[in-house]
Each structure stands twice: as C-alpha cells, then as structure tokens.
Design a protein around this ligand. Structure first.
Ligand code: ATP
Ligand code: MG
Length: 404
C-alpha cells in the first residue's frame, strides 16, 4: 500500500470524547473512525488487522474440524420466543427494528437460537453428529456504557462457534479441544503469557464455564489467580465453594483487572430442548442434542492488543497481526529510486510512505502506526549496499542486504 494512494490520514489529536487509549490511538493512527460511543468504522489499515486476527482464529478452528458459515444478523423472533430470550427482561441489550410489511425483527446480539433452529434441517440421526460450525459475525448490543473504545462496541465482530453432540461425553471431549485451540490462538496473537483460562459461572446448566481473560489495567473485569497461574477464577465465582472445588485459598490468590477475550460454555440441552433439536440414536431412540458454544471477541482483541503493546510514541503491533510488516521510507534521489523498486518487489508486506512530506513526519507516523519494522533507504545506506531496518518494539537498528 502506498500512503500517497490512501485517503487515510493520521491525526495529531484524538476526538475529545474518546477517553480509552486503544480508541484514541487507533483513531489517531488511522485504523478506525468513531461514529459515536461504541460505534466505529474500520478503515483500510484497521480492516487488515481484523482480517489477520480472523485468519489466525480460522486456522486453529479448521484444524479441529470446524466449518465456517455466515448467518444473518436479522433475527426472526420465533426461535427466541421459544427460549424466552426475545424479551428485554431476559436480554437487556436488544436492538430491534420493524419490517415494512409488519412485524418486529431483532439485530442479533448472539446466535444460539438461529443456529439451533437451522441445524434442525440437517441433524436427524446419530450419523449427523458431531458437528462444529462457526462464523465471524457482526453482533449488535445496546450496551449501556460504551467507554472502552473498541473493547466494548454496540456493534462488534465476534467469532462464535457452536458444537452439536450425541452425548455429554462427546461434548466434554470437544470442549477440551477448543480449550487447547484457544490457547494456541492467544499465543499466535502474542497474548499467550498474559491470557488466563478463568473459571466463571456456568449459569443454570453447568457448574462452571470458562473465560479467557487477558491481564490488562483497563480491562473491565476482575479476576483472581494463584502464583504459578494454574488456577484462575472471576469475581462472580469467588466464594468458598469454588475455592474448595479448585483447591485454593483466598490468600493464595492475586487480584487483577483483565479483559475477557473469549469464553466457552457447555450449553448441554439449554437450547436443543426448547427448540426441539433431536436425533435418532443407534438404538432407534429419539434424544436431545448436546450443545456447546464458544466465543472470541475479534474486534475486542484488536483493542486489547493495541492497548497492551502501545508505548508513548504510539501503537506497537505484533508481527502476526500488523497490517504490514514493513514501513518504507526512501531518502534522496537514489534512495527513493531503490525504495520504489523494493516496494514493487514486496507490495504485500510494505506500507510505502511515498508522500511528499518531511522525513521526520514519516518517522513519527511510522511509530504512531506501529508497523513492526521501519526500512530506511538513503544515499548513505546505499553506499554500504544495504537497507537500514529499525525494530519498532526495541528501537534497535541494523543494516541488511535484502529483506527475508
Ligand atoms: P462481557 O462480559 O464483556 O459483556 P459477554 O459475557 O457478554 O462479555 P459473550 O456474549 O459471551 O460475552 O460474547 C463472546 C465474546 O465477545 C466475549 O468474550 C468478548 O470477547 C466479546 N464481546 C462481548 N461483548 C462485546 C462488546 N460489546 N464489544 C466487543 N466485544 C464484545
Ligand atoms: Mg456482555
């Protein structure tokens, strides 16, 4: 991408009403645009980050046999009425709208009801099980407070996976596979060291669910974990019973703020029963389908990564999610000519700052945008037959002959 070619501009100041650091930095660096509280546009650079995060998630889910689909955001009230969740009493974040031809529709805050209904068309026998389906979908939630930048959107991108099983044992074993896949995902995102699997409330159907919480000062959640991080739980289950179940004492637990980046839940028969999703078993008996659901906050993750690694000069993207690996600046006539060539040879990896602005401004934008490596080609570096590469994270500079 050539910077001269994009409409995006970096800003000296963030919008006044953007109090969250992730939001302020992402707006200033040209990754997102704020429409109103909790409502953002993703600009070309931001979209590339989102796509990189999605791809990492997709790879790991496909490895454990999951299939990708895309459900509609518009919700027929029918299945939601069957589970009682179309009412604001049950789900207080609904956005609803009217059909021109009459009748109310919802904008999906989540997709358990429609996916369970959909699967009735495809699951009828034990031979149709197990099945694992997921999507990357826009969710709509009328969140009361949306002051955390893209950590809490009123419209946001979620990866939601749903699993369908003949037995509870099968659900249990797939749940364990998802736990492992999630930790791999967070490792690929450079959040492996700071993300803990945390015991959380399981609702009425399961004693516990699990959340994946990234330790972060501005995180909205409070979690507790022991010294070697083998046990972690969230505030809602911090009680005598849970501590006994997990074999820990209160004084062994440290408190920290964290952001929930994902969660996994054994739904068991919670949705299959009211929505009548059944199958016929080998012994010809009709049974309810066991279900699990597994979420990851894709846009929240972008905000968490932005927030976690930023420094006083701006964003610092880990290479795996960065929109481009290199930020290229040519200085002087020969330097600019060589920069142009290098860009032609590596267009996918390079954000080429070919704008007619001062070099100092280019360097400041390279830092604000957080591109992992800055390449400078000048007459001086050319004399040495090389490119000067500076690591955004460490500030270390070295001369190299070619890009790897
Ligand atoms: P929270 O407690 O943060 O509101 P939740 O329990 O409502 O989250 P789920 O409904 O299980 O979350 O959604 C799955 C994932 O989607 C969460 O783990 C989180 O990463 C993300 N998520 C939830 N709400 C939002 C939001 N308003 N904006 C951005 N991401 C969100
Ligand atoms: Mg919520």
């Amino acid at each position: 991408m050539r910077l001269s070619n994009t409409f995006v501009k970096t800003l000296r100041e963030a919008p006044k009403d953007e109090t969250a650091r992730n939001g302020a930095l992402l707006v200033r660096a040209g990754y997102i645009h704020k429409e109103m509280a909790g409502i953002y546009d993703y600009l070309p650079l931001g979209l590339r980050v989102i796509e990189n995060i999605k791809e990492i998630v997709r790879q790991e889910l496909n490895k454990i046999g999951c299939e990708e689909l895309l459900l509609t955001a518009l919700q027929n009230p029918e299945p939601w009425e069957k589970t009682g969740r179309f009412s604001e009493k049950e789900v207080d974040v609904w956005f609803k709208t009217e059909l021109a031809s009459g009748g109310t529709l919802g904008l999906a805050p989540t997709h358990e009801e429609p996916i369970t209904s959909l699967m009735k068309n495809y699951i009828s026998s034990y031979k149709d099980l197990p099945r694992y389906v997921y999507q990357f979908q826009t969710k709509f939630r009328n969140e009361l407070r949306a002051k955390s930048g893209i950590l809490r959107g009123r419209e946001f991108l979620m990866k939601d996976l749903y699993s369908f099983h003949a037995t509870e044992e099968d659900l249990d074993s797939f749940y364990k596979e998802v736990e492992k896949a999630y930790m791999k995902i967070f490792e690929h995102l450079s959040l492996g060291d700071s993300t803990l699997e945390v015991f959380a409330s399981g609702g009425m159907f399961s004693k516990y669910s699990h959340e994946f919480q990234t330790i972060l000062p501005v995180g909205e959640d409070t979690i507790y974990y022991n010294k070697n991080r083998t046990v972690a739980l969230n505030k809602e289950v911090l009680n005598e019973e849970t501590m006994k179940d997990l074999g820990v004492k209160r004084d062994e637990l440290e408190e920290t703020s964290a952001a929930e980046v994902g969660n996994i839940f054994k739904l068991k028969l919670k949705y299959s029963e009211p929505l009548n999703l059944k199958f016929v078993d080998q012994d010809n008996v009709q049974k309810d389908v066991y279900m699990g659901c597994y979420g990851i906050g894709i846009s929240r993750l972008m905000g968490v990564i932005a927030e976690k690694f930023a420094d006083d000069k701006g964003l610092v993207w880990p290479e795996a999610v960065a929109p481009f690996k290199y930020y290229l600046v040519g200085i002087g006539e020969a330097g600019t000519r060589r920069a142009e060539e290098l860009y032609q040879e590596n267009q996918d990896a390079i954000l080429y700052d070919d704008r007619d602005v001062r070099t100092g401004e280019k360097f400041a934008d390279a830092e604000l945008m957080g591109i992992p490596y800055r390449i400078v080609i000048s007459d001086k570096s050319l004399e040495a037959g090389s490119l000067e590469i500076t690591d955004r994270k460490t500030g270390d500079t070295k001369l190299v002959k070619t890009l790897d």
